[in-house]
Design a protein around this ligand. Structure first.
Ligand SMILES: Cc1cc2nc3c(=O)[nH]c(=O)nc-3n(C[C@H](O)[C@H](O)[C@H](O)COP(=O)(O)O)c2cc1C
Length: 189
């Protein structure tokens, strides 16, 4: 990034409410390893988002208004998704559904987005593919590569539940470097 360009703001959302979430740990890595010119801020209020109800989508609850405002203010999104039953966790999909509504006020439209994930076995590859499909409908610009899939993630955190493995940290840093380039390219089109 050239020194005279303003930083990009990336809103990171981990799709898990679990205190010891591996995906929250991955977001903490992103905050720590973000390259110069990239500011990663975590959305920590996912648990306050109620279940979606189309009857009230035009007068959404305060927690949803706050989410939509945070998404609108971000230059790009970073999603850390677990895999639940081969797909996206309900809490994450629910928040996405809220922020995409009402029709004509999709907060995600035209936003660049990068995906990463930590999970059991394969690291959530099927959840990432499901999420990409959702992002097509939302008219987002999903970064293709690098792919960040932390497989067998439980065995890869240290005693304090953090990812200190340099290989994992570097893969997240590379994702943010690519997201930075992608976001600036889309801004300049
Ligand atoms: C309801 C449920 C369904 C799950 N389904 C899958 C799955 O389909 N594939 C997989 O690899 N892991 C699956 N897991 C394991 C999660 O990947 C693992 O619990 C992961 O650590 C969750 O993310 P978190 O640590 O950020 O909460 C499932 C876990 C739960 C609770």
């Amino acid at each position: 990034m050239s020194a005279d360009l303003p930083s990009i703001r990336v809103l990171a959302i981990a799709g898990s409410l679990r205190k010891g979430s591996l995906n929250k740990a991955l977001v903490r890595v992103a905050i720590q390893v973000a390259p110069p010119g990239v500011i990663v801020e975590e959305f920590m209020e996912l648990g306050a988002i109620p279940l979606f109800n189309e009857d009230i989508e035009k007068q959404p609850p305060e927690a949803v208004r706050a989410l939509k405002a945070r998404v609108a203010a971000a230059d790009a999104l970073l999603i850390a998704t677990p895999e639940y039953n081969n797909s996206i966790p309900g809490v994450l999909k629910n928040a996405i559904d809220w922020a995409s509504r009402p029709y004509g006020d999709n907060s995600f439209e035209d936003k660049p987005v990068a995906i990463m994930g930590a999970g059991a076995s394969l690291g959530g590859v099927r959840a990432q593919l499901s999420l990409r499909q959702v992002f097509v409908y939302l008219d987002m610009h999903a970064l293709n590569k690098p792919q960040v899939l932390v497989a067998n993630a439980k065995t890869r955190v240290d005693a304090s539940g953090e990812f200190s493995d340099p290989a994992i940290r570097d893969s997240v840093r590379q994702l943010l470097v690519a997201l930075d380039v992608w976001t600036r390219r889309l801004k300049n089109r």
